[in-house]
Design a binder for this molecule. Structure first.
Ligand SMILES: [Zn+2]
Ligand SMILES: [Zn+2]
Length: 423
């Protein structure tokens, strides 16, 4: 019997993990600078949370969720997106506190589970770096999170990211737009793809972001939300543009950016990179001013974004961006002769406790074999311990690059090795 990882998932072995850590570390460091705090939520939630917030007629809820019943008969769903759990936690843990005007800024790095058709850049477990800013309707906050994302991409060495922005209106102006949109395509609905024929009734905004050629033609002259915004939404969108311009952030206005989830209001945006080909989105987000109230919480406006870590890694790969080679690091403890085994084994333990990366050869091979291994594994030096060294209370430290050897008292060895590493 052989077991396989489930379709659409991947293993990340130790030699690939540094690429992930680099992306995650860059994101965490940036969130710290922008003053976002980390939120960790469970990997599963009550199914109803996603159904009610993301929307019953969205692709996510209607066909992509991993939903199961636990032994108590409760319906649970693996995290299908990041915003709903954040909102649930905000309300449940009262993270807003008493000050309704306070801006609550949170980030997460978490797996997302969706039973998507596996294809390049799409995984059934993918990983998202996300941020949510809750408690302000100011467009300055929308611009801040866009700025954070663009800085993130830049610090990863990714150039050429395009920013597309749109407004999907609010509860006052969006319904009228949806009616106008439906009326404009009504005669041609039958010629659209099957998904769009369904969306026409269930989620009409998504008619605009269908990639099918026939559907594109039908919606080519469809009305644009930006022409039908109410005064408040128009003012907010102008404010977003002004703040982006103040930061010298280039953007394109694209009326087809609708994001597909029911909870979006006003700002919707997406980041694209051509290195990804047809599936060129590396992240996006928008405002969700109604969601918190709708989930039973206070009436708080909010805005957020998510970026896919797999997509980011693909772009870095395509652009030939490599992490710097990891510098040589650590000490390989070499026991010379059987009598030195226990003293060397103890020395290994002491060095690790004192903060030195250290390893030993548990197979106890020949000294030559051990030295070759230490070199091939990228250790900075070898710490040789034999009868002579033990008698003198020293170790012989051999630099793996220069081959130079030095006798170092065991007392103070850890400090010596740490200095070598830093120097
Ligand atoms: Zn409006
Ligand atoms: Zn379509």
């Amino acid at each position: 019997m052989r077991y396989h990882r489930p379709r659409g998932t991947q293993d990340i072995p130790p030699d690939e993990a540094p690429r992930w850590r680099f992306v995650e570390k860059t994101f965490r460091d940036l969130c710290r600078r922008f003053d976002y705090g980390e939120l960790r939520t469970p990997v599963f939630e009550e199914t109803e949370l996603f159904v009610r917030s993301v929307g019953e007629d969205t692709d996510i809820v209607s066909k992509e969720m991993y939903t199961f019943e636990d032994k108590g008969g409760r319906s649970l769903t693996l995290r299908a997106e990041g915003t709903a759990p954040t909102v649930r936690a905000l309300i449940e843990e009262n993270l807003q506190g008493q000050d309704r005007e306070r801006l609550v800024k949170m980030y997460y790095v978490a797996p997302i589970f969706r039973q998507d058709r596996p294809q390049a850049g799409r995984y059934r477990q993918h990983h998202q770096a996300g941020i949510e800013a809750i408690g302000s309707s100011e467009p300055a906050v929308d611009a801040e999170i866009i700025d954070l994302a663009l800085t993130f991409f830049e610090e990863l060495g990714i150039e050429g990211t395009r920013l597309l922005i749109n407004s999907v209106g609010c509860r006052d102006c969006a319904p009228q737009f949806v009616d106008t949109l439906k009326a404009s395509v009504a005669d041609a609905v039958d010629s659209m793809c099957r998904d769009c024929q369904r969306r026409y009734d269930t989620n009409p905004l998504r008619l605009l972001d269908c990639k099918q050629e026939v559907c594109r033609e039908v919606t080519e002259n469809a009305p644009m939300m930006l022409d039908l915004l109410c005064g408040e939404c128009e003012c907010h969108f102008d404010g977003l543009r002004e703040h982006l311009e103040a930061l010298a952030i280039a953007y394109e206005i694209d009326a087809r950016i609708v994001r597909g989830l029911d909870y979006y209001t006003k700002t919707a945006f997406e980041f694209r990179h051509e290195a990804l080909g047809a599936q060129d989105s590396i992240g996006g987000g928008g405002r969700y001013d109604e969601l918190i109230k709708q989930c039973g919480g206070p009436d708080l406006p909010a805005v957020g974004l998510g970026a896919g870590i797999e997509r980011i890694l693909m772009v870095r790969e395509a652009l030939g961006l490599r992490d710097e080679d990891e510098p040589r690091d650590g000490s390989f403890v070499v026991a010379i002769g059987d009598d030195a085994w226990f003293p060397a084994y103890r020395l290994l333990h002491d060095l690790r406790r004192e903060g030195v990366k250290a390893e030993i050869d548990y197979r106890r091979r020949s000294i030559r074999a051990q030295m070759r291994y230490a070199d091939s594994q990228g250790y900075l030096n070898a710490v040789l311990l034999g009868g002579d060294e033990i008698a003198k209370g020293i170790a012989t430290v051999r630099d793996m690059i220069s081959g130079e050897q030095e006798e170092v008292p065991l007392e103070g060895l850890a400090e010596y090795l740490k200095e070598r590493r830093e120097g």
